[in-house]
Write a protein that binds this ligand. Structure first.
Ligand SMILES: [Zn+2]
Length: 272
């Protein structure tokens, strides 16, 4: 009897796991893809449902651009999933943002809202894709273990900066961002947390219109400052090492000769 109960429990858990992998939240990790059509390009695989994907075909040419702007190469083809419904998109990713890139395979998910916004010319698809490709590139170059603790502010800043997203689709320009910082608005980068940690105080409490547009722009401005004031080569070296070594802030100290808090103090002092 006991064995029967145990066996049933194991079967139920196995069933749930299979369901989550094929149709639910574990889909981004799943080696099996069902429910999508597949179009393979040289550097990209696009999974779509009924979407007209002609506009997504040009993603292939973005791959090289993104590799060049990060001095880093993709390790395998980028998989992009274009969802027909936002419910399904949410079921797979748990996300509410238009796009999300998940670790492990660096898979990029495109919501129905994003597709609709693009088709109605409300967003610049290429810019958003370059942003997500930046995440995908980093995820492809780090372990799952590291991706869980990698600083989110750095990923968002680098993606926003490298995609040339400042000043596009509501994101603040460098000048607008600087003006806001001068007015006293600032979030602590570390408060952005990681994939698994919650957001900190300054992120939760900042009261500014379209706060995520400001926050991403602030992080991008920090990346821009690091590159411009501390040296471009040093930055690429730092990026490379940060994906191999565990302690991001220890590496920051070794690379830049000051701890991150001191650097942020210096960064903010430029806006006094
Ligand atoms: Zn992002």
């Amino acid at each position: 009897m006991k064995r029967k109960i145990l066996l049933t429990a194991v079967l139920i858990i196995f069933g749930i796991l299979v369901y989550l992998l094929l149709y639910g939240r574990l889909f981004p990790l799943s080696p099996f893809v069902t429910g999508f059509n597949k179009q393979e390009y040289q550097r990209v695989i696009i999974y779509y449902q009924s979407a007209r994907i002609s506009q997504f075909g040009s993603i292939d040419s973005l791959i090289q651009v993104v590799e060049k702007s990060h001095q880093l190469n993709f390790r395998h083809k980028v998989e992009i999933f274009i969802c027909d419904s936002d419910r399904q998109y949410h079921r797979y990713t748990g996300a509410t943002a238009r796009f999300i890139t998940t670790p492990v395979h660096g898979r990029i998910f495109v919501s129905a809202r994003a597709k609709d916004d693009y088709e109605n010319q409300r967003i610049h698809l290429e810019t958003y894709l370059k942003h997500e490709l930046s995440h995908s590139l980093l995820y492809q170059n780090m372990s799952l273990f590291l991706s869980l603790q990698y600083p989110g502010w750095f990923m968002e800043g680098l993606a926003t900066y490298s995609a040339g997203q400042m000043g596009v689709d509501g994101y603040l320009t460098p000048r607008e961002t600087a003006a806001k910082i001068r007015e006293g608005y600032f979030v602590e980068p570390k408060d952005w947390g990681t994939i698994i940690s919650p957001k900190g105080k300054t992120i939760k409490e900042i009261t500014i219109e379209n706060k995520f547009h400001f926050i991403y722009a602030e992080f991008a401005l920090i990346i821009s400052d690091l590159i411009q004031t501390q040296g471009e080569n040093r930055f690429w070296e730092f990026l490379q090492k940060s994906m191999d070594e565990g302690d991001f802030y220890q590496l920051f100290f070794q690379t830049y000769g000051m701890d991150f808090e001191s650097y942020i103090k210096y960064f903010r002092s430029q806006f006094n």
